[in-house]
Design a binder for this molecule. Structure first.
Ligand SMILES: Cc1nc(C(=O)O)sc1CCOP(=O)(O)O
Ligand SMILES: C=C1C=NC(C(F)(F)F)=NC1=N
Ligand SMILES: [Mg+2]
Length: 539
């Protein structure tokens, strides 16, 4: 049976490994369990098996694949593939060169290549459509399955770069599967976030080893994976994700929800911000907890209306930060991420990038230079415009905010004289292969909040960090019928208006601190957004 290459279903691609089989299972029993429950493509990958055993195993697996009409790919061993007339071969960068493999296999076989960076895409594009049929894009996340890993985990952002290269070099024929550390807790995020910047392409499938091969119940494991792949909505936080533009009326409703739900806002933040952030949280009718104890983070996340503010100016160990991200993602509670000094130092860049690949953030808030760096529009690409000055070109700011929102599938906030809020959540919808159907970052809904310059805002500590506290209160306090975009925009509008009010009442930076708390308290409890001084407009 020869498979027409262009109608191979790459959605759930099982790669075998007979070194991790649970007791009572065999390579064939695990493969059959997978095939029965939705595996659409199988690859035999046996790194240390004698050729004789490999051939025998491959023939057995081939029989089962034929029964389910699923193609069988052989990893690395082109000789075995030809000997048993397998449906294709997968090779890595250090295996036999692709043109040679193609010459041996002939035109009708499926040929896959491991790809980790855009330059490898440029090469396959040059070879043209008769060479590489699909690529394994990885290593996405840390994994113990691949021995002596040559590649460090690239995360979803690395996969986006590969998808962008496929579009740039016009390798439209080439299909893609993500691989490396893929499990139910990250698959939806990967499919959501791994979209080319032109919105035209997302991964055609996911490929994995241990989630099925090491599963005591491979049927259940496969069913769960199939459900995630056939789903279409990534509801990573329990509130409404639609993209309707906020109004002062919808913001008033958010404030009513926050004051009645009194959210618990866990701050993992820098020392300077701790005290002020706690007082801002209290002024907003919410209850702060400044805990960095890893062992209690799961309990805190389960408290009703819990909300995490993760401000990476904090000195908590990275394992604590990762545990917090996992804990809140696991129970669909919101995380506000403030990547302080995002790329100011190599250390911060590495820490922030590690956290950004580690979980789904409900909101990412930064100042101009942090957001521009996150959007990879940093200074040298901006031809002389100073990334920190207030006179930034608003179009550039909006573009950077939209890019961050799009790439991290989040609500992005860029603070400055003009605050920008862009909604990149797409109502949580995701789709294999076709990306966002061509919708790109600049199509994203974006709101501008302004109230003129408030220079004194820069003269106190933790003014930016405390907008993070305000956002965490607002999204934490939402009901399941509350709208996320309304909550974030409402928080920014309140904070800007309170800052302006406090600046007119204070005598200096000391009293500004106090006046800011009072203004937040007063405007929040009055809850009359239509009377606030800051203006709110669609970009
Ligand atoms: C076979 C393989 N190739 C990778 C690559 O990055 O090219 S990672 C990998 C192992 C993936 O195993 P698991 O699903 O258990 O993490
Ligand atoms: C190293 C590998 C990378 N990717 C893939 C696949 F996902 F199947 F494309 N298979 C491999 N053996
Ligand atoms: Mg290999």
């Amino acid at each position: 049976m020869v498979f027409a290459k262009n109608d191979v279903d790459y959605s759930l691609y099982l790669v075998t490994d007979s070194t991790m089989l649970p007791p009572g299972t065999t390579l064939c029993s695990q493969v059959e369990a997978g095939l029965k429950n939705g595996v659409t493509l199988v690859q035999i990958r046996e790194k240390d098996t004698e050729t004789r055993d490999f051939v025998e195993e491959a023939l057995e697996v081939q029989k089962i694949c034929k029964k389910y009409k699923v193609p069988l790919i052989i990893n690395d061993r082109i000789d075995v593939a030809m000997a048993i007339d397998a449906d294709g071969v997968h090779v890595g960068q250090s295996d036999m060169p692709i043109p040679m493999v193609r010459r041996l296999l002939g035109p009708s076989k499926i040929l896959g290549w491991s790809v980790g960076k855009p330059s490898e895409v440029e090469t396959l594009a040059k070879w043209g459509p008769d060479m590489v049929d699909y690529i394994g894009v990885g290593t996405l996340f840390p994994t113990l399955t691949k021995k002596n890993p040559k590649k460090s985990p690239m995360g979803p952002q690395g996969a986006i770069a590969v998808l962008d290269a496929l579009e740039e070099f016009k390798a439209i024929w080439c299909r893609t599967v993500g691989i490396g550390g893929l499990h139910p807790d990250n698959i939806q995020r990967v499919i959501c976030q791994c979209v080319s910047s032109n919105g035209k392409r997302s991964l055609d499938g996911i490929s994995l080893v241990s989630d099925i091969m090491a599963a005591p119940d491979a049927c259940a494991a496969t069913k769960r994976l199939r459900g995630l792949l056939d789903g279409s909505k990534y509801q990573f936080v329990d509130c409404k994700l639609n993209e309707t533009f906020p109004t002062t009326a919808s913001i008033q409703s958010v404030i009513s929800q926050v004051s009645s739900n009194r959210p618990l806002v866990q701050h993992i933040t820098n020392k300077v911000h701790q005290n002020f952030g706690a007082n801002v949280t209290l002024a907003l009718g919410s209850s702060p907890i400044m805990s960095e104890i890893e062992s209690e983070v799961s309990e805190l996340a389960r408290i009703p209306n819990a909300s995490l503010l993760l401000n990476t100016g904090s000195v908590a160990p990275i394992e604590t930060l990762k545990a917090a991200i996992n804990a809140y993602n696991e129970v669909n509670r919101p995380i506000t991420f403030d990547p302080v000094g995002y790329s100011a130092t190599e250390t911060r860049l590495c820490l922030n990038n590690t956290l950004l690949t580690y979980g789904q953030f409900t909101c990412i808030k930064g100042n101009c230079s942090e957001i521009l760096s996150l959007a990879k529009l940093n200074k040298d690409k901006m031809k002389g415009v100073d990334a920190n000055s207030g006179n930034m070109d608003i179009n550039l700011l909006v573009r950077a905010t939209q890019i961050v929102a799009f790439q991290y599938r989040t609500i992005a906030v860029c603070t400055g004289e003009f605050d920008c809020v862009a909604n990149g959540i797409f109502d949580g919808k995701y789709k294999l292969s076709s990306g966002t159907a061509g919708i790109t970052a600049e199509d994203l809904p974006c709101m501008i909040i302004e109230d003129g310059p408030i220079p004194i805002m820069g003269d106190i500590t933790a003014s930016g960090c405390s907008l993070g506290s305000t956002i965490a209160c607002f999204i934490g306090g939402l009901n399941s019928t509350g709208n996320l975009f309304d909550a974030v925009v409402g928080a920014v509008l309140l904070y800007k208006s309170a800052g302006k009010l406090a600046s007119t009442r204070c005598q200096g930076s000391g009293s500004f601190h106090v006046q800011l708390i009072d203004a937040l308290y007063q405007l929040f409890h009055e809850n009359k957004p239509e009377s606030w001084s800051a203006s709110l407009k669609k970009f």
